[in-house]
Write a protein that binds this ligand. Structure first.
Ligand SMILES: Nc1ncnc2c1ncn2[C@@H]1O[C@H](COP(=O)(O)OP(=O)(O)OP(=O)(O)O)[C@@H](O)[C@H]1O
Ligand SMILES: Cc1cn([C@H]2C[C@H](O)[C@@H](COP(=O)(O)O)O2)c(=O)[nH]c1=O
Length: 206
């Protein structure tokens, strides 16, 4: 079962995925990390030249780097799905679609073609949060903020998530991510159990 945990930055995706993967023995989280070395090197080179990757790479190019990350984890996802694991993933199709259009809303056909070739999530959990609350959390985290975490971008991404998720042909459960971590976690479990029961019923029929 492939579950896409999504939401704007600071909505609590990493926190929730970590808890769910500890709770479910038969789960695994798929991390996108194959280009990390490349991105770090680009950052270093840019820094030496008083620049940064957001100046040097346009939005579409950065999105292709992340699309490539997704392509690279597909064999891993398929392998886990064959083993009947619960696969938890963040930064998947919808996320890539949104960030590819955040600063430049012209569509990039290639991104859509890539997305069509990827394993479809069985369902998504959307962590809904006011961008202001997300901003506070990001600030409290104490890490350097990426340009895409500006309040304006969070607001835009929040609207885009709602629009994109309204178009998908798989179930989407919207959770109130401003609630306490424990509550969000329990509601996510409830949803996973519901979807597991439905999937089980389907298997029984066929
Ligand atoms: N329900 C919650 N209530 C309060 N704080 C939370 C909650 N969930 C997560 N946090 C805190 O908010 C911060 C952001 O959470 P987290 O890193 O999980 O979000 P994220 O969606 O993965 O962000 P990003 O996309 O930027 O990586 C962390 O400091 C985390 O401890
Ligand atoms: C463009 C884009 C970004 N992301 C996510 C992945 C990383 O956490 C950050 C960093 O992005 P940056 O543009 O390189 O600063 O954003 C993503 O998931 N999908 C994308 O298309």
């Amino acid at each position: 079962m492939l579950i896409h945990i999504c939401g704007i930055d600071g909505s609590g995706k990493t926190t929730l995925i970590k808890r769910l993967s500890q709770y479910y023995d038969d789960s695994t989280c798929v991390e996108l990390s194959s280009n990390v070395e490349f991105v770090n090197q680009v950052n270093e080179i840019c820094k030496k030249n008083n620049s940064n990757r957001w100046i040097e790479f346009n939005n579409k190019f950065r999105s292709m780097i992340w699309a490539n990350e997704i392509i690279n984890v597909v064999p891993q996802i398929n392998n886990y799905l064959e083993q009947k694991k619960i696969v938890l993933i963040d930064r998947y199709i919808i996320c890539n679609k949104i960030y590819s259009q955040l600063e430049d809303d012209s569509p990039l056909q290639l991104i859509n073609f890539i997305h069509e070739s990827l394993p479809k999530p069985d369902f998504a959990i959307y962590l809904n949060i006011d961008p202001l609350v997300a901003t506070e959390r990001i600030n409290n985290r104490g890490l350097k903020r990426s340009p895409k975490e500006s309040e304006e971008n969070l607001r835009k991404a929040s609207e885009m998530y709602k629009y994109e998720l309204s178009k998908v042909d798989y179930p989407v459960r919207v959770l109130d991510a401003s609630k306490a971590q424990e509550e969000v976690f329990l509601e996510a479990i409830k949803e996973i159990e519901t979807q597991k029961a439905k999937a089980y019923q389907k298997e029984e029929v066929f």
